[in-house]
Design a protein around this ligand. Sequence first.
Ligand code: ADP
Ligand code: GLC
Length: 471
Amino acid sequence: MDIIHISAECYPAAKVGGLADVVGALPKYQSLLGHSATVIMPFYHGKFSKSNEFTVVFSGYARLGHANLAFNILKPVNNNLGYDLFFVDIPGLFDRENVYSYHDDTERFITFQIATLNWLNTLEKTPDVVHCHDQHTGFIPFMMSKVREYSRFEQVPSVFTIHNGQYQGQFGFDKLYFLPPFHSYFNGLVEWHNLINPLASAIKCAWRVTTVSPSYLDEITYEMKGMEELLRNERGKSYGILNGIDVEVWNPETDPMLEQNFGLKTLEQGKKACKDSLCNQFGLNPDKPLFTFIGRLVGEKGADVLPEVIYNVSKYNPGEQNILILGSGEKHIENSLLHLESEFKGSYCSYIGYNEKLSHMIYAGADFLLMPSRVEPCGLNQMYALRYGTIPIVRRTGGLRDTVIDIGDDGFGICHDQCSTFDIIHSIQRAKTLYKDKRTFKKVRKEIMQIDHSWNKAAAEYVELYQSLKL
Ligand code: ADP
Ligand code: GLC
């Protein structure tokens, strides 16, 4: 099949979170299954664009309201990703370093979607399926089916994956004119609760909707920022497909970012070397169990509860553990985390910022990874942790519920039900007991490293879904 993925992020070209990891890996595994998979994304002016060469394969214009904006389609000169990658370069809108959080994100991503379809419209070949990811690409299914300019795509199946329903991209009807002209009869297809909402539009218009885990699909029918009813209405065409991980990039045996590589047979020595180097870097004691957190410092991830957890654990159980946090996000959480450092020097440290290498070192060197998420559509961190022999401590929600089974239920992780200081601390105490029971601890580490979360299964599930849509 000829599969087109459209996304705001794709690793290694641009990454903010798990969306990038998924869009960077799924097409690769679909190509391995014998399909032609392509990713189209915006051209940001970050590290990737500065350190690679590109050729222009198309130049055109995208109309955004009254403006006619020039754009180029770029292709990297060298590409060994295992799938085709194209960039939409729109000077004035995307020649900035970051992916999101600009005042004109609405204009940026609408233009990206229009430019993408304008380009695809000029190609000889019509794709077999267009797979869009998250709200930044949410108008594509609507435009493909209801905008006359793109009528060529009316019969092309569109699949939309909700990676995160917390971000919906809604804006007022005063900006309706940004969208290409369509009959006002279809206004309802871009609207939700009196606002224009790209996420709602995609859920309404895509031929199929998927979520990144089965449990998340169930959860959003009763809680998704006011969109539950819509999800319930569209439940019949929705599927929960659990994400995989790229087991080539995330392989402790070959990962170039680790102090020492390790496999099943060398797990104990390898993890020890990784832990020693990490503890050395952050002034922590390698003989104590190392608890870590990696991620966006936002309420969704339960990061706001971390300072209280760290305070209580460090104050009332001093010398029993180390805690290391890697993340960035809301300023008040960052400040609270930094503030605690001086008080608990030697047993707690945080790195505020984004650091890909450090994240790999932590997955490898940690004993436990905390994920107290309030919302977790899938979560990749727990799967990386498992592969690197690090035991996840998770709140049972979304994809965490689907991937981590509590050790008390013949599983391998530690689970709790609330995102509360009490529940997290209780789990930490359970983890410390496990850590002391060296035999079981080693056995669990060996077991989790062997769990297969590679993309093979999910990539095939997506292809099956696309094939079911063939006319
Ligand atoms: P989300 O996409 O909601 O942020 P996921 O668990 O799906 O959560 O994916 C998060 C990805 O981002 C993982 O690859 C994780 O290692 C990475 N990550 C998150 N925060 C950081 C950080 N501060 N530094 C490095 N990597 C990070
Ligand atoms: C989102 C979700 C996360 C998921 C990722 C990849 O960012 O928050 O849970 O793993 O997308 O699908």
